[in-house]
Design a protein around this ligand. Structure first.
Ligand SMILES: [Zn+2]
Length: 531
């Protein structure tokens, strides 16, 4: 019975292939009608968008906004445990949609007002059409229709409104989100930045942050290259000198400090397994060169005797010591190199740094960082008497004193006299240090500064000694900068690519140099301290 019924039923149903074909037909019809509705809606939307000439909210929207805000605040009122933090969050939440609508309409008005001309040739574009795009903004996604057209000179489709709005061709971020991505990712890894951004009401994916920050880093590198190109022609250089000429300052000393640290890069991304199976190293360490430049009269002391520098510029690069010196030279011009009475360069022992300095700043006074000199003497002391022993401290004390009295030749002589009594391995180690001091002895002048500092402490300093006492003995200012960069770029388990680290470090340096507004002119509106 059941079987018969089933067979009968089955025989009445169309064949499975027919059913599938009908189903497919129905789906296609549905898709088509969806598409027609969508296209119609888009056309209507585009037509509406084309008429927008100014951003405003309708009375109904304003009314809805007001009611929503009042309801939110009423909720807080009814909950005694909800503090001002809840009021702040509710108001920000309630304002989001009206602000998004206003931003969308304002962007649309701006797009509509932009002439559909080629930016290069200024000719009217042909074959003009309209296309929408979605922009990720501070207030959420905005849909904007822009006219575009073909330039037969450039042979390119142009979207003039995108340029007017500050949008990149294939990136959804608004200029504000471009800036926020750059700022966050140059300070912290993207996975952390996602959550920090969320607390500021911004829903940004890790992918968007990562990509956008890299794009912004490339933009910063291009801006840096433009600024460096000013060093290449005489006219530009003259203009630069005039632009940086302030009121006649006191004859000042310009101080430059240079250092370097290591960054870990993986050269062959995507080949991890292949390299590992061949037993090849996955990463390599590379030098990052770091420099800072400041006027001596911008250096002072805290009550706790810690040095503070009120204004300084930085240069940081993975592109080699030559690139660093060129960037530093550019920053030095902005710091008043043209007016400076003298330049003082302080660094540790790396000879190639000194050679590059000699090329760019041939008249500069050179100083070996005192604490590096000390460390080299301590190395000998530890070899002779063991690390941390009282004998080592006792042996090294008179030599450290000699260094501070500018008696480096006597100190070197003392090291030389030590050698005959030592075994060969130790002799070799001492010889290395002797060579180190030999090559730097002309950079080891500390006595006058130490004397000046003592005179200042006693209250017997001459005006010249006051100035001299302020000169740094070591490159502490740049060493602390290195540590700050390392906090972001030298984390455990972190690998970089050359393109990636250089771009982000360039962004961070724009920020530190007070040049952020050059990349993001909108910051001038609310953050005058960044100019
Ligand atoms: Zn053109």
């Amino acid at each position: 019975m059941t079987l018969v019924a089933a067979t009968t039923l089955h025989s009445r149903r169309p064949h499975v292939k027919v059913r599938q074909a009908r189903q497919a037909q129905a789906e296609q019809n549905q898709r088509l009608s969806d598409q027609i509705i969508r296209t119609g809606a888009a056309l209507a939307e585009a037509a509406a968008a084309a008429t927008v000439t100014k951003a405003e909210l309708t009375d109904a929207e304003l009314q809805a906004w007001r009611q929503d805000l009042e309801a939110r605040l009423e909720t807080v009122q009814q909950h005694p445990e909800q503090n001002l933090g809840f009021i702040e969050e509710h108001l920000a939440l309630g304002a989001r949609e009206p602000l998004r609508l206003l931003a969308q309409r304002a962007a649309q008005a701006k797009a509509n007002a932009t002439p559909c001309r080629c930016r290069q040739c200024q000719v009217e574009l042909v074959n003009q059409k309209s296309l929408s795009r979605t922009i990720d903004s501070r207030f959420g996604p905005l849909v904007v229709f822009r006219r575009y057209g073909w330039c037969s000179h450039c042979e390119v489709w142009h979207f003039p409104a995108d340029y007017a709005l500050g949008l990149a061709r294939n990136a959804p971020a608004s200029p504000y989100l471009q800036e926020v991505s750059a700022l966050l990712v140059s300070k912290m890894p993207p996975e952390q930045a996602v959550r920090v951004a969320e607390r500021f009401g911004l829903k940004l994916s890790r992918c968007l942050l990562h990509r956008e920050a890299h794009r912004q880093g490339l933009k910063a590198e291009a801006a840096r290259a433009d600024s460096l190109a000013q060093l290449d022609t005489w006219e530009d250089l003259q203009q630069l000198a005039r632009a940086t000429e302030g009121p006649p300052a006191q004859p000042s000393t310009l101080v430059i400090e240079i250092d370097a640290w290591n960054i870990r890069e993986r050269d062959a991304w995507g080949q991890t397994e292949a390299l590992r199976s061949q037993g090849q190293p996955l990463s390599r360490w590379h030098w990052v060169y770091v420099g800072t430049v400041f006027r001596l009269d911008h250096r002072g002391q805290t009550a706790g005797d810690r040095a503070v520098i009120s204004q300084r510029r930085y240069a940081v690069t993975r592109l080699g010591v030559e690139a660093l010196i060129r960037q530093l030279y550019r920053e030095a011009i902005d710091c008043g190199l043209g007016q400076a009475k003298q330049v003082l360069v302080i660094a540790d022992g790396a000879l190639w740094i000194w050679n590059a300095v000699q090329d760019r700043f041939p008249d500069a006074r050179q100083r070996l960082d005192l604490y590096h000199a000390d460390q080299h003497l301590w190395t000998v002391a530890h070899e002779l008497y063991g690390p941390g022993t009282p004998e080592a401290a006792q042996w090294v004390a008179p030599l450290l004193r000699q260094v501070r009295q500018d008696k480096t030749p006597a100190m070197i002589k003392a090291l030389g006299e030590l050698q005959p009594g030592l075994d060969q391995a130790l002799q070799k180690k001492v010889q290395t240090q002797i060579e180190y001091f030999e090559s730097h002895k002309n950079r080891m002048h500390y006595r006058d500064i130490i004397r000046a500092r003592k005179a200042v402490a006693k209250g017997t300093a001459t005006p010249a000694q006051y100035l001299q006492a302020n000169e740094p003995l070591g490159s502490g200012a740049i060493e602390s900068t290195c540590r700050q960069y390392q906090c972001r770029f030298k984390r455990t388990g972190q690998f970089w690519s050359l393109a990636g680290d250089e771009a982000l470090m360039c962004l961070e340096t724009f920020w530190r140099n007070g040049r952020w507004h050059q990349l993001y002119p909108h910051v001038k509106l609310t953050s005058p301290s960044l100019n």
